[in-house]
Write a protein that binds this ligand. Structure first.
Ligand SMILES: Nc1ncnc2c1ncn2[C@@H]1O[C@H](COP(=O)(O)OP(=O)(O)OP(=O)(O)O)[C@@H](O)[C@H]1O
Ligand SMILES: [Mg+2]
Length: 412
């Protein structure tokens, strides 16, 4: 079997590592032949904090996918958390000091340079800068100001920055398992390959991945990714709230959330009770489902309101004709669509991964959108960056940056 026919997605998440092995069939379908997951240890909010634990978790997830598929994984498409990529808007202002006040290309370059002059921490670097619109004197909404007359030129630009060290840690973790990385892909971009249709991406849509540690947002419009943002809250916060609120251990709180939790109180029938185990040998208590929901809903609301704030910041909110698609493990929380529709005031759907054959059931959950999407990305983009890795290699820094530049030039 040649290497090209197998495309493996590796999603290194805060709560789970997920591996999806895809095989391209003779009739040109990506068939999933192996899926493996293992609880993730060693990450906090999407960033590797313990390398050894992360390496071991990856090894175990890969092993179980290999057993199912009956093949050995040699290379993967790995996701990078959205936390890694930040974007912000910046305005650059310059004076047009020529006698005739005509705006030339060089004025635009100066305005963009001015927008780039933002304070960045040492570990971050500007990856891309995308002019959104120009303002000449006080006239805004100008797409191309060249040749216009004015004394003052402003540009509103979208700036994407990346932290290099978290990418390096993903590289290290994977390479220590002896597996090669074909490509690093921005997680929400990968998820979009599995959870969004071309029509949705064209019309305008926000993909919201509510994971365990973070909530990643990516906005697509006219076929391209336009904005990315991360809210540092996820399902783990909901579980903690349930544990505190019901005074029960975390593991029990997780089970209660998954089995009986609802994020929309109006959906919960009155007078239904659940047995909640006590802490430290205390006897179990009966708690009503509406009490459990009254703990979950406010946290889920907070996550959505913070996501809405990010979407509003992007200036694309009025272009999101296709509404919201929710992926990630928390998309399975009962009542999530109802709550999201109320908060976003837009159509909302759950993004179950599609576009593949084979073991469809094994990956049929919004929690697999990223891992399936990574495998689909590998198939559709068929990109192999072939970055040679060596832990002491200072060039890696530049390799990673040039990869990131490729995403943004491709997708903006
Ligand atoms: N059926 C379910 N109902 C409600 N919540 C669920 C369900 N299944 C999983 N979850 C929650 O989903 C979260 C994990 O989601 P996911 O697998 O997308 O996270 P991750 O990719 O590991 O994390 P991240 O993307 O933040 O790094 C956990 O908090 C878990 O409790
Ligand atoms: Mg995830």
């Amino acid at each position: 079997m040649s290497d090209n026919e197998i495309l493996v997605g590796l999603d290194i998440g805060t709560t789970k590592i997920a591996v999806v092995i895809g095989e391209v069939s003779a009739n040109n379908i990506l068939n999933i032949i192996g899926v493996g997951t293992h609880p993730s240890e060693g990450l906090r909010r999407g960033v590797v904090v313990n390398l050894d634990k992360t390496v071991r978790s990856i090894e175990k997830a890969v092993k179980s996918a290999e057993l199912m598929a009956g093949i050995k994984v040699e290379s993967v498409y790995a996701g990078i958390c959205g936390d890694h990529i930040r974007s912000l808007n910046s305005r650059g202002v310059v004076a047009v000091s020529r006698n005739d006040n005509e705006i030339l290309n060089e004025d635009i370059n100066r305005a963009i340079d001015a927008a780039k002059a933002i304070a960045l921490p040492m570990d971050r670097e500007i990856i891309h800068i995308i002019p959104q619109e120009y303002i000449v004197d006080d006239q805004d909404g100008i797409k191309d100001p060249i040749g216009m007359s004015g004394v003052r030129l402003e540009v509103d630009a979208h700036i994407v920055t990346g932290a290099v060290t978290s990418a390096q840690n993903i590289y290290k973790s994977v390479y220590r398992t002896g597996i090669k990385i074909n490509d690093l892909v921005l997680q929400p971009l990968a998820s979009s390959y599995a959870a969004l249709g071309d029509d949705e991406r064209e019309l305008g849509v926000a993909l919201i991945d509510v994971g365990g540690g973070t909530t990643d947002i990516a906005i697509f419009y006219e076929g391209s990714i336009r904005h990315t943002a991360v809210v540092g809250l996820g399902g783990k916060n909901i579980t903690n709230d349930v544990a505190l609120g019901l005074r029960t251990p975390i593991e029990q709180a997780e089970k209660i959330k998954i089995n009986f939790g609802c994020s929309y109180m109006r959906k919960v029938p009155n007078e239904e009770y659940v047995a909640v185990p006590g802490i430290g040998g205390r006897p179990p208590r009966e708690v009503s489902k509406s009490v459990i929901s009254s703990i979950i809903q406010p946290r889920m609301e907070e996550i959505f309101y913070l996501s809405l704030r990010e979407i509003k910041k992007s200036n694309f909110i009025d272009m999101m004709t296709a509404g919201i698609v929710i992926t990630g493990g928390c998309a399975q929380l009962d009542g999530i669509v109802e709550l999201a529709e109320q908060i976003f005031d837009m159509p909302v759907k759950i993004g179950n991964p599609t576009g593949f054959g084979g073991l469809v059931e094994a990956a049929n959950s919004p929690a697999f959108a990223t891992s399936v999407g990574l495998s689909l990305y590998g198939w559709k983009e068929n990109y192999d960056s072939n970055i040679e890795y060596n832990e002491d290699d200072s060039k890696l820094f530049h390799n990673i940056l040039s990869r990131m530049k490729k995403w943004v030039t491709e997708f903006f």
